[in-house]
Structure formats: structure tokens, C-alpha cells
Design a protein around this ligand. Structure first.
Ligand SMILES: Cc1cc2nc3c(=O)[nH]c(=O)nc-3n(C[C@H](O)[C@H](O)[C@H](O)COP(=O)(O)OP(=O)(O)OC[C@H]3O[C@@H](n4cnc5c(N)ncnc54)[C@H](O)[C@@H]3O)c2cc1C
Length: 314
């Protein structure tokens, strides 16, 4: 029996800490419950919106006139060097558990908030490691047809912060299988700690934000060369960091209301305490225009910006 609640505050369920309530809200723990929740939303004539760890979403100030379905499945199983985890498992906890079991290969993802399902959808990555490097298969429910199937790594069509699931929002990831390698637990733990310390050094991680707000764009050759000369690192795949472009466009530290482009990492749009979703969106727009004017480069959101009816607006 589904326990659908009404007017559930969403701000505390997101790392931004911003946004109004969900008109309807339900936790689901099985594929059967997902389907029940979808039928419920259809009967009520409202959109179903998936929420997992809430670390990459901006909820509108008025809240969502929708059924928010939060994935609460969080069982996992380690067999040999293979991990099979429910989509609702916290990514960092899994990296820690597998390290303790003498398995690694994904330690550089330590510190990325949210669930393993959310990480698959956005092909989350850091320090040169991405989800696509270790995913074997992904199980997903098609919320339109009800079909449940497993997708091989190839079928996930992973690319930079992109996957088949992100392109097809009707797919609800329910399980993920990853292949790891044997690593002494002490060594795996050392890499995790090093990674988390490096993240903290680059930017305090305990902030009200959604991580990088914009994706790193592919830039014209001249801008790539300017970046490479200044930073002494290659523009991988022709992409330059959005944070660098924002800084060069003069908007490091820029504010709109309570939202600020971080002084330390300008691609983190931070809720300094009083930011509204409107503040964040206005700041994002200002940044987009400034970067377009300065470099002719269009920034695209990595964060999922939701409209009142639950549709993604950017
Ligand atoms: C401080 C901080 C640092 C960050 N650093 C990084 C980083 O280094 N690298 C990086 O890649 N990201 C980073 N992020 C962004 C974020 O952590 C990732 O995008 C994360 O993978 C999102 O997972 P989530 O469970 O929180 O998803 P949510 O924010 O809950 O959802 C994001 C989107 O994914 C969809 N979704 C979630 N779960 C599923 C599912 N099971 N099936 C289908 N769709 C789903 C949601 O509907 C939504 O559209 C950072 C965020 C913060 C706050």
C-alpha cells in the first residue's frame, strides 16, 4: 500500500536547501511500487518526478505540483569483484563498503554526493574516473511502457555527464552492477581519503549547492589554447572548465540575492543562506549571458532545474 503524503517540504531533501513543497510525495522501495506510484500520478493527472539524493536539483520556490517519487531502495550485494546495488544506495557509502571488502577502481568518485542511480544517470565523474568506467549493466523501468530491462554498458551510451537514461527521462534506474578490482583495503582507503581531502582543498564540499552548476563546454581552439597556456593543463576533449570561463568573464563571487558564484569555485552557485530558486536562476542567466558575450560559448546546466509542474526547464 503506497503511503502518499501531501505538501512535503523538498528544500531539506536537496543539497541546495531551496524550494517549496511537493504537492504529493511517496517513497518507493520496489519496481512494483514504482509502477503503483506512476498509476497513482496518472489517476491524479499530475506529472511524476524522480528524486534521489537531491544533490543535483533546483526545486522552484512555489514547490512542485506533481507526485515526487523518492527512490528508497538501498540493498546491495558483493560477490567476487562484482557489486550489485539498488539505485537508492548512497554512492560514497558503497565506495567505502567495497574498499573495506578489498575492492576498488572507483575510489576517485569518493565525495560525490547522492545515489548510485543518480550517478549512472549523469555519468558522474571526478579526477578522470567516471561511472562508465566500472558499470557492467543497469536495470531500469520504462515509466511509459512499464517494460523492465537491463542495459549493457554500451547500451548506456555514456559520454561526458550524459547517458541513455538522462536522454530518456522516462527510464527509472532501479539497479546497477559494477565491476571492481582487487585492491588491499588499506590502499583503497588511502585513495578515498586523499580524494576527499583534495576535493575539500579545491572547494569546501559542505556547501548548499548542486556541485558544478554548468557543464564544462567545448570551446573554440583559441579559448582552449588560452586556458592551456594559463593553467598548464590540456583542455580534455576540447572542453574548458565552466568555472574558468565564469572567472574570466568577471563573475567570480557575483551575487544575486542570496545566491553567489563561489569565490573558490565559481561554477558552484551557492545558497549563502537566504537564496531562492529565483535568485539562483537569475544568477545563472547573468553568468550565461556574460560567458556568451565574452567567449561566444553557450553554457548548459548540469544541475536539473525544475519548473512548477515538475518538467525540467533548463
Ligand atoms: C558538493 C557537491 C559536489 C559534487 N561533485 C560532483 C562531482 O565531482 N562530479 C559529478 O559528476 N557530480 C557532482 N555533484 C553533482 C551530484 O552529486 C551528482 O550529479 C549525483 O550523481 C546526483 O545524484 P542524486 O542521487 O543526488 O540525484 P538527484 O539530485 O536526486 O537527481 C538528479 C537527476 O537525476 C534523476 N535521477 C536520480 N535518480 C535516478 C534514477 N534512479 N533513475 C533515473 N533518474 C534518476 C532525477 O530525476 C534528477 O533529474 C556534486 C554535488 C554537490 C552538492
Amino acid at each position: 500500500m503506497l503511503d502518499v503524503r501531501e505538501q512535503v517540504p523538498l528544500a531539506p531533501l536537496t543539497t541546495f536547501g531551496i524550494g517549496g513543497p511537493a504537492r504529493y510525495f511517496v517513497d518507493v522501495t520496489s519496481e512494483k511500487e514504482i509502477m503503483q506510484a506512476l498509476h497513482w500520478a496518472t489517476r491524479k493527472n499530475v506529472r511524476a518526478v524522480l528524486l534521489a539524493g537531491g544533490s543535483n536539483v533546483l526545486v522552484p520556490d512555489e514547490g512542485l505540483e506533481a507526485l515526487v517519487i523518492r527512490i528508497a531502495q538501498s540493498a546491495y550485494d558483493i560477490s567476487g569483484a562484482t557489486l550489485i546495488a539498488d539505485a537508492g544506495c548512497n554512492l560514497c557509502e558503497l565506495i567505502g563498503k567495497t574498499a573495506a571488502a578489498g575492492l576498488g577502481g572507483w575510489e576517485r568518485l569518493a565525495g560525490i554526493p547522492g545515489t548510485i542511480g543518480g550517478a549512472v544517470r549523469g555519468n558522474a565523474g571526478a579526477f578522470g574516473t567516471e561511472m562508465r568506467d566500472i558499470v557492467v549493466w543497469v536495470r531500469a523501468v520504462d515509466m511509459e511502457s512499464g517494460e523492465v530491462r537491463e542495459y549493457t554498458n554500451e547500451e548506456c551510451h555514456f559520454s561526458y555527464r550524459m547517458s541513455y537514461f538522462k536522454r530518456n527521462p522516462a527510464l527509472f534506474v532501479t539497479k546497477v552492477c559494477v565491476a571492481l578490482e582487487e585492491v588491499p583495503p588499506v590502499e583503497a582507503q588511502r585513495i578515498i581519503e586523499e580524494t576527499v581531502a583534495e576535493r575539500e582543498r579545491r572547494h569546501i564540499q559542505d556547501v548548499r549547492a548542486a556541485g558544478s552548476y554548468f557543464m564544462n563546454p567545448v570551446a573554440p581552439k583559441a579559448i582552449q589554447s588560452r586556458f592551456e597556456k594559463e593553467k598548464g593543463v590540456a583542455a580534455r576533449g576540447g572542453r574548458v572548465p565552466a568555472g574558468w570561463l565564469i572567472e574570466k568573464a568577471g563573475l567570480k563571487g557575483a551575487r544575486v540575492g542570496g545566491a553567489q558564484a563561489s569565490e573558490q569555485h565559481p561554477n558552484y552557485l551557492v545558497n549563502t543562506g537566504t537564496a531562492t530558486a529565483a535568485d539562483v536562476r537569475a544568477l545563472a542567466e547573468r553568468i550565461r549571458e556574460a560567458v556568451q558575450d565574452a567567449f561566444g560559448v553557450e553554457l548548459q546546466e548540469e544541475a536539473v532545474v525544475l519548473g512548477r509542474d515538475g518538467r525540467t526547464v533548463r
